[in-house]
Design a binder for this molecule. Structure first.
Ligand SMILES: NC(=O)c1ccc[n+]([C@@H]2O[C@H](COP(=O)([O-])OP(=O)(O)OC[C@H]3O[C@@H](n4cnc5c(N)ncnc54)[C@H](O)[C@@H]3O)[C@@H](O)[C@H]2O)c1
Length: 379
């Protein structure tokens, strides 16, 4: 009999449904050490929790996440609730010695993030943070192209994460616009492009950021005349220097009309270039220097069984995998780490490093100066 792992999940919105899909399908796709068992689902009210538990096929619902964390049948605590709940739930789970799967960004403040990271490391608790775009099989291909040296050393990274879900000034206020709750577009979207920049190029040494609030007030509720003021960034533009000498820029915007999931980068290296856009995430574009004159150009690598875990989902190239598959791959990382009591990636440590860059950008923008993420650790 395969071993089981009891799942307790807090939140049943966009990410809660996506994580549930991963729990429900993973055993048929990968050989995994545990079969996930959907035990307890917590949501904000008893009605929401019960309805979501029924819909997502958890054994029971609760409106009290502490009850979930302490339930003996829960062996993995999964946090898909809003950002301000990540820290208290993760800390409670780790106090029980339970592994934590947490959505990004890790926490609302650097202090919270550091405490989560320190606690996980001190207790040796496996953790995983939902920077799911890192799990794209073609990102592993991009990384192996870079590591092999075939296109030389990174020279410039231009990274953007642009969407338009807050472009309409009538888009209502939400916790995503509350600075004390990890709000602002650099936290929400910029954290993803930072995760890719760190994976592909390396540590960021310095950042100079300009953060702008485009819509300084938003309706309190959908359609409401009453307005709430907003101070977080609707867009961030930044210059960055990587420790290895590569230079670049990182941008995030949720007011970029027409952009739906423009998580994209161009990485120029000394002997070639890589180009990627999440809106076409089964494609990686590669340019290699020294091609035949008049015949040179980018080629497009279509994702297929030769790339990472693609073959788990589909034996044929070019048929494409989707966003939800990235969460399945992410979950496998965590299940293996829990089984082997090994480190997992991207874990709380990596998410803390990303958060230092988010905070350095805030400081840089406020003080109009270059800022070092490493110094954020000391403050
Ligand atoms: N990795 C990604 O690509 C990605 C994408 C979207 C969101 N996220 C992250 O996932 C998290 C959730 O975002 P979402 O888009 O799923 O939000 P959502 O609003 O769709 O879902 C949040 C859920 O949490 C529940 N909730 C709120 N307060 C609660 C409480 N006190 N106790 C229990 N449940 C509570 C809500 O009722 C809802 O079910 C955020 O941290 C966000 O940054 C990550």
């Amino acid at each position: 009999m395969a071993k089981t792992l009891g799942i307790g999940m807090v939140g049943s919105g966009f990410m809660g449904r996506c994580h549930t899909n991963a729990y429900s399908s993973v055993a048929g796709i990968f050989e995994i050490p545990f079969i996930p068992q959907l035990k307890v689902l917590a949501d904000a009210t008893p009605d929401l929790a019960d309805a979501a538990a029924r819909a997502l096929q958890f054994e029971r619902g609760t409106s009290d996440w502490i009850d979930l964390v302490r339930d003996e049948s829960v062996e993995l605590v999964d946090i898909t609730a809003p950002n301000h709940l990540h820290h208290p739930i993760a800390m409670a789970a780790m106090a029980e010695g339970k592994p934590v799967y947490c959505e990004k960004p890790l926490a609302c403040t650097l202090e919270e993030a550091r405490e989560m990271c320190d606690t996980a490391e001190k207790k040796g608790i496996p953790t995983l943070v939902g920077y799911n775009y890192l799990q794209n099989p073609l990102m592993k291909t991009a990384k192996s192209i870079l590591d092999s040296g075939e296109i030389g050393e990174p020279v410039a990274f231009r990274g953007v994460h642009a969407e338009d879900y807050m472009a309409d000034p009538k888009a209502p206020y939400s916790t995503r616009l509350d600075a004390s709750q990890g709000g602002g577009v650099f936290y929400d979207l910029g954290s993803h492009i930072i995760s890719l920049a760190r994976y592909l190029v390396g540590s960021i040494d310095q950042i100079f950021a300009m953060q702008t609030t485009v819509h300084s007030s938003r309706p309190k509720q959908p359609g409401s005349e009453s307005m709430e003021s907003v101070s977080v960034d609707d867009q961030t533009h930044s210059l960055v220097q990587f420790e290895n000498g590569c230079r670049g820029s990182l941008e995030a915007s949720w007011v970029a009309w027409g952009r739906k999931m423009h998580l994209s980068f161009e990485l120029n290296c000394s002997k070639g270039t890589l180009v990627f856009n999440q809106e076409r995430f089964n494609e990686l574009r590669l340019y290699e220097a020294n091609q035949r004159p008049g015949r040179d150009g980018f080629k497009t690598l279509e994702s297929g069984p030769a790339h990472g875990d693609y073959a788990r989902f589909c034996p044929a190239p070019g048929h494409q995998i989707g966003f939800n598959e990235l969460k399945v791959i992410e979950l496998v990382e965590l299940l293996k780490a829990i089984h082997g009591k090994t480190a997992c990636w991207p874990d709380f440590r990596e998410a803390y490093e990303i958060q230092k860059i988010l905070e350095a950008a805030r400081r840089s923008s406020a003080d109009s100066t270059w800022c070092s993420p490493a110094q954020m650790e000391a403050s």
